[in-house]
Design a protein around this ligand. Structure first.
Ligand SMILES: NC(=O)c1ccc[n+]([C@@H]2O[C@H](COP(=O)([O-])OP(=O)(O)OC[C@H]3O[C@@H](n4cnc5c(N)ncnc54)[C@H](OP(=O)(O)O)[C@@H]3O)[C@@H](O)[C@H]2O)c1
Length: 202
């Protein structure tokens, strides 16, 4: 599949590497006109938003609404603002999220929130963390979520460990998980951590 990777940070690079290894044709985009967000989005049949959450709308505007229309857009961003030091604050929360902002501004894109709750290495190699830990998907388009789930399974996530949290408004919870993730990271002493949902026996 042709994939547009918006973002050149550790997430964009890590996802690009794994997707290429899986045989996909990935084009990476940035603010640099030599490898623009626009060209990457035009290339992709499916697109990843792996840009800084506070800048994602700007990046997607640069990508162009026409290049997003009708396509699955996997939003892995987090709205973290480190300008006041650590821990960062969320630039949007409670009543809204980056993923919802994206879906509102680009209504023809099929936005799916996923992968933002784990470190980049864990995204593409869940076995780095032992146990039956979970990953989440949220979005308004069931077909889009099914496509993303298939990609996640190719990354190594067993189907039964993928939890569908419902519509794109569930992205609020996924993004507001980050303050806890940052504390878990500090407590564990490694970014290779994740959580597992345990249910009571009926
Ligand atoms: N690091 C992780 O393990 C991890 C895990 C889960 C989720 N996330 C989330 O995934 C996203 C990517 O994280 P990252 O660590 O790879 O990189 P990052 O430093 O958060 O973001 C880098 C990307 O953001 C773009 N960007 C920055 N300011 C911009 C602006 N004003 N307008 C347009 N684009 C702008 C950069 O564009 P240029 O290429 O032009 O510089 C670059 O492509 C973030 O939202 C992060 O919170 C990260």
């Amino acid at each position: 599949m042709r994939i547009g990777m918006l973002g050149t940070g550790v997430v964009g690079q890590t996802l690009e590497g794994k997707l290429t290894e899986l045989g996909h044709d990935v084009k990476v985009g940035s603010r640099d006109p030599a490898r623009s967000f626009e060209a990457a989005a035009a290339h992709g049949e499916l697109i990843f938003n792996a840009t800084a959450g506070g800048a994602s709308l700007n990046a997607l505007r640069m990508a162009g609404a026409d290049n997003l229309a009708g396509k699955v857009l996997v939003d892995v961003s987090n709205p973290l603002d480190f300008s006041h030091g650590f821990p960062p604050i969320l630039t949007v929360c409670n009543t809204d999220s980056v993923a919802e902002q994206i879906q509102r501004e680009f209504p023809d894109a099929r936005v799916v929130k996923s992968l933002n709750t784990v470190n980049a290495n864990v995204m593409v190699d869940p076995a780095l963390v032992p146990g039956d830990h979970n990953l989440f998907v949220a979005g308004n388009d069931d077909g889009a979520k099914a496509e993303v789930r298939a990609l996640l399974e190719a990354f190594g996530w067993p189907a039964e460990r993928l939890i569908d949290l419902g519509g794109i408004d569930a992205a609020r919870a996924l993004e507001m998980y980050l303050p806890l993730w940052l504390r878990l990271f500090q407590a564990a002493g490694t970014a290779h951590v994740n959580i597992q949902l345990m249910r009571a026996r009926e």
